[in-house]
Each structure stands twice: as C-alpha cells, then as structure tokens.
Design a protein around this ligand. Structure first.
Ligand code: GLU
Length: 445
C-alpha cells in the first residue's frame, strides 16, 4: 500500500513541482482515503482520485491599481475552480502577501471536501491575490477590489462560482467587490457571500466559522463524556475566526487565555471575554495587524515574536494561517497537558504536528472544524435564492445542526477498532464519498 501511495504521490508531485502546500494537503487525503479507494474499485477505474487532485480550471490575472499618491501597482489575482461535482464552485478570496498558486490550490482542494461535509450543494474553489491590505487606506482597498473584480466578474456567477471572504477579505472588501460586480453585470444576485445584512447577507455569517469550530469541539469533548466547562483554551490570531471562537467558547463556560498576531501573542490569565472580545473588532478595523495594543489596553503580558503554544492549556485552537503549529509546538502543548487540538484555520498544523496530535490526543482537521463559515455561506445562498431572511436563531440552529452532523460523519468513517476516532480519516472519507459518487454519476467530464 505504501508503495502504491508513493507512486500516486510521485505522479502528483511531477505535475505540480514545488507546490509544497498543495502536495501536503493532497498527501494527507490520499493516505487516509487509500484503503477505502482500494475497497471500491469502481472509483479507481474511473480515476476519481487523479481527477479530484487536478483543478477543473485555474484563472490567473493581472490586477493593476493606483495608490493614493498616484503610484501604479501590479498584483496577481487568482481563482482556482477546483471541483463542481456537487454544486457551483464555492470558497473564499484571500488577500495576503503570502498568496501563491500553490497555496490557493491547497485551499481549493481542501474546500471541496469541507463543502461536501457541510451536506450543502457547494463545489470547491478558492481565490485571492498577493495584495497586502495592511496599512492601506479605505480608498486604496476600494480601488484594489474594483480592479480585482474587473477581471474576476467574467468567471463567476450565482450558479457558477460564488466567492466569499478569507484572510484579508471581510465585510468591507465583499461590499466593494459586490458593488463592482453589480455595476459590470447590471445584475443584483447572490454572487458573493459574506455580504452586509442590508444587501443580502446572512445573520451569523461573521461569527459562523468561530461558532462552528466551538460547536465541533463541544462534540469532540462530548464523545469523551466531557465538556467545555472550566477548560482553558489557547487561540491564535485575532481576526474573524478567533473572535467568533472566543465568543462561543466563553458562552459555553471555557476560558480563553491567548490571542496572537504576526507581532507575538498575549496571555490574559483572567480570560478574554466581554469588552475585551469587542476590542478585537477595533483592533481589526485599525488595519495594522498587530495584537500588542490588546496587552497595552488591558495590562496583560505580551510575548514578542512568539506563538501561544508554549502555554499550559487544555485545548489549543489555531485560528490564523496554515502551518502555524509545528511538531515542536505540538510536543510542548502535550507535555503541558493539552488534550485536544482543533484546527479552526485551514491546515493550521504541519503534517508532522497533525500526525502526532492524532496519535496522542484528540485532533481534528480544519476541513471539519472550520466548515461552519462556508456552511453559513451556503445558507446565505439559499436565502438569496428564496429572497427571504432567516432570523439569527434559525441560522444559528442550522449551523449547530450542521456541525453536529459533520462530527457524526467523522465518527462514522474515522472510528478505529479500539474505538478511538481518527478525525483526519473520518473527515477525508466523509467528504470524499459524496464528491466521488457525484463525479461517477456525471461521467468522464
Ligand atoms: N474562507 C472560508 C473557508 O475557508 C469561507 C468560504 C466561504 O464562505 O465560501 O471556508
């Protein structure tokens, strides 16, 4: 089996040289679905895995824009339309200087499985740009978004490809992108999700990824007859995901003690709650991308240039960017008594860290844990199609149900002979089946 996986991966590696993040994401899936793949020869005959690891389409384009001083800049824009077997391509746009084709291919690939797990009809896609929003003025952000959409609009549509936010793309950016799409197409449709409430957005969408992650962690703990009550939690990041996760974790009785930014992390022994959580919104609006002001404002410790994984906590939830928790971090967390790691960011752990964590403690991957964001995007699409708005309670209840169900699917496909749950395997096989069966039904296209 090892040799067959290696042969398969050699093929993928040859086709995608140097795309380390994409190869990491593919390898994790291939390793965990391989047995299942062999047991179902009809998939193998139709080369389902070979087809799933090749994006249906990749669009790459120039994004020229002018800053407030009249200087011209050129960024690169991307949209990776990975898989449309179960619905229109769906996934966020990331604006961050680290964005590359490899990164977006990994995210689009993961998104296909994640969206399948939500049980909603959404294919997988991802896009973005190497544009750095940090320190840019509102007008510069608007001009960049308009320039980006001036090309993207011809490739997307409510029944074709429905982008949303991701790192660096929040409500403000979605507004500018939507405005430009509407102007160019002369059409008011649900072509983007994460929209403002006034123009077709869904309640709970901003909170959804973080809330969903905590609902999933609650289920992981319940599986072991445990709960969030009294648990200490380390979060990384301080954006949308960390904000939602902190809110829900506190509501369910946990204490959040860390947050981080590119500049370091803060440790709040009293717990991040109430006004302190609201302060994160102010921090984000300042567009500076640093967490230190939290420490200054509330008189807590700030650890410059460090990650929060050296603290003694029960639960660690990476909420920032890929590969932000490595093997050494994982060893340290476990040595300090941590018993659960859940990725709220996409591929927040390196492959070694994820492997170690799933051997020693409870570990769940991003495609299951953070699926709540895209799930509520799916609910936003439904509301747009039906031209209705659901209440906060209705959306939250549906989100809760979806996360509970994803957990069930992970348990169904990931439970081993000893009764322990391998969430990586459970999520990968659970996500794979629906997409594979849809591809089988649609022929070789
Ligand atoms: N960017 C988010 C994710 O990684 C949300 C995507 C969406 O809402 O379409 O799942």
């Amino acid at each position: 089996m090892e040799a067959q996986i290696k042969e398969f991966m050699d093929g993928v590696r040859m086709k995608n040289p140097g795309e380390d993040e994409f190869l990491q994401a593919v390898e994790e899936v291939v390793e965990t679905v391989w047995d299942f793949y062999q047991e179902n020869p009809h998939y193998k005959k139709a080369k389902i895995l070979e087809r799933m690891t090749e994006p249906e389409r990749v669009i790459m384009f120039r994004v020229p824009w002018v800053d407030d001083n009249g200087e011209v800049h050129v960024n690169r824009g991307f949209r990776v339309e990975f898989n449309s077997a179960i619905g229109p391509y769906k996934g966020g746009l990331r604006f961050h200087p680290s964005v590359t084709l490899s990164g977006l291919k990994f995210l689009g690939f993961e998104q296909t499985f994640k969206n399948s797990l939500t049980s909603l009809p959404m294919g997988g896609g991802k896009g973005g740009s190497d544009f750095n929003p940090k320190g840019k003025t509102d007008f510069e952000i608007m001009r960049f978004c308009q320039a980006f959409m001036s090309e993207l609009y011809r490739h997307i549509g409510p029944n074709t490809d429905v982008p949303a936010g991701d790192i660096g793309v929040g409500g403000r950016e979605i507004g500018y992108l939507f405005g430009q799409y509407k102007k160019l197409r002369n059409e008011f449709t649900g072509v983007l999700t994460g929209k403002g409430i006034e123009y077709g957005g869904s309640l709970i969408r901003p909170e959804a990824t973080g809330y969903g992650a905590i609902y999933f962690v609650r289920e992981m703990l319940a599986e072991k007859d445990d709960s969030l009550k009294g648990k200490t939690v380390a979060l990384s990041g301080f954006g949308n995901v960390a904000w939602g996760a902190a809110t829900k974790a506190v509501e369910l009785g946990a204490k959040v003690v860390t947050l981080s930014g590119p500049d370091g992390y803060i440790y709040d022994a009293e717990g991040v709650s109430g006004d302190k959580i609201d302060f994160l919104l102010e921090l984000r609006a300042s567009n500076q991308d640093i967490i230190k002001p939290y420490a200054d404002q509330f008189g807590v410790e700030f650890f410059e240039g460090k990650k929060p994984w050296d603290q003694k906590v029960d639960i660690a939830i990476p909420c920032a960017i890929q590969n932000e928790l490595n093997k050494e971090d994982c060893e340290l967390l476990i040595a300090n008594g941590c018993t659960l790691i859940a990725e709220a960011s996409n591929m927040g752990c390196t492959a070694e860290a994820a492997f170690l964590a799933s051997e020693k403690i409870s570990f769940a991957p991003g495609k299951a844990v953070n699926a709540g964001g895209v799930a509520v995007s799916g609910l936003e699409m439904s509301q747009n199609s039906m031209r209705i708005n659901w209440s906060e309670e209705e959306v939250d209840q549906k989100l809760n149900q979806i996360m509970t169900n994803i957990h069930k699917v992970c348990v169904e496909y990931g439970t081993g002979f000893d009764g322990s749950v391998n969430y990586i395997k459970g999520a990968n096989i659970g996500g794979f089946v629906k997409v594979a069966d849809a591809m089988m039904a649609q022929g070789i296209v």
